[in-house]
Design a protein around this ligand. Structure first.
Ligand SMILES: NC(=O)c1ccc[n+]([C@@H]2O[C@H](COP(=O)([O-])OP(=O)(O)OC[C@H]3O[C@@H](n4cnc5c(N)ncnc54)[C@H](OP(=O)(O)O)[C@@H]3O)[C@@H](O)[C@H]2O)c1
Length: 272
């Protein structure tokens, strides 16, 4: 396996959604430090605050839940890539996303449809809009799914289903892209220490530390998976074992087991 900075030498530009916090922010921080000169384009509502010297970061403010905002921003990103950014291979990281915990349709219908827009529609639309350029320059599309993609997730049913979509869609896309110079990689993290849990309505610490990973670990596993040309990566051996076992179960059994585990979080729910 080549050193991480060697892997990144293949790329001149990274387009990331959700670089303002969590995994996306850590991706910019780590890859920016490993590969000085890499051009970053970030799409999120908040501007990322990144502590890396001389980082080439262009922030495109965008609410990915809004169709018009996404279409206009994708066009602006494309124009920037064509005219100002360095030519060369592009890494697109579709990372923005959020979850919600509760009895369906909690927290409310608009939160769930917004989740589908950000976690699913925006991933498909941004990829489709940037794909012609990616095919001309070559590159990799990393789509952030989750270990929640591997089984029905009661009390987080809509979230788990959006991630099952991302996983299956990404694997299918990778097959369609064979021979095009572009690959797709589905990244399936398990519980990771970010703002995700608070936003989903869970208290920090809902998931025992023994099951959690850091953003840095997740980013490192992603870069290694890019290097090895894989189409799917589940970071961390505990997540690998649990997703492997659950994928062997009949779906209704997996659903029942996941419901029993996820019901435990009820006591830790944050009422906002
Ligand atoms: N943390 C975990 O345990 C875990 C596990 C598996 C998968 N994941 C997935 O990992 C990805 C990153 O999440 P995270 O854990 O890093 O959580 P996070 O710290 O809450 O970050 C979420 C990112 O998504 C962006 N985002 C949310 N809504 C958006 C919108 N409407 N428009 C544009 N950007 C939006 C946020 O940016 P703004 O608020 O600035 O817009 C933020 O940068 C998500 O897809 C999540 O589902 C997380």
């Amino acid at each position: 396996m080549p050193p991480l900075n060697e892997v990144l030498k293949d790329f001149t530009t990274v387009v990331v959604t959700g670089g303002s916090s969590g995994i996306g922010k850590s991706f910019i921080e780590q890859t920016g430090a490993l590969r000085p000169g890499l051009q970053f384009c970030n799409l999120s509502r908040r501007s990322p605050v990144i502590n890396v010297r001389e980082l080439k970061l262009r922030h495109f403010p965008c609410d990915l839940a809004q169709t018009s905002s996404l279409a206009a921003t994708a066009k602006a990103v494309e124009e920037f890539l064509e005219s100002e950014a360095p030519t060369g291979r592009i890494l697109l990281l579709n990372n923005s996303g959020f979850g919600a915990y509760g009895h369906f349709p909690e927290p409310d219908i608009s939160a769930l449809t917004e989740m589908i827009d950000v976690n699913v529609r925006a991933v498909v639309e941004l990829t489709a809009r940037l794909l012609p350029l990616l095919k001309r320059r070559g590159g990799v599309i990393v789509n952030v799914a989750s270990t929640a993609a591997f089984q029905p997730t009661a009390y987080m049913g809509t979230y788990g289903a959006t991630k099952a979509f991302v996983l299956n869609w990404s694997l299918a896309l990778n097959e369609e892209l064979r021979g095009s110079g572009v690959r797709a990689l589905a990244l399936c993290p398990g519980p990771t220490a970010t703002e995700f849990f608070l936003r989903a309505g869970l208290q920090q610490g809902s998931v025992p530390d023994a099951f959690g990973m850091t953003c840095e670990d997740v980013v490192e596993a992603t870069i290694r998976a890019i290097a090895s040309g894989r189409s799917q990566v589940v970071p961390g051996w505990k997540n690998k074992v649990s997703t492997f076992l659950v994928s062997k179960l009949p779906k209704p059994v997996a659903a029942r087991l996941a419901a029993m585990v996820l019901a435990q979080f009820r006591l830790k729910k944050v009422t906002r």
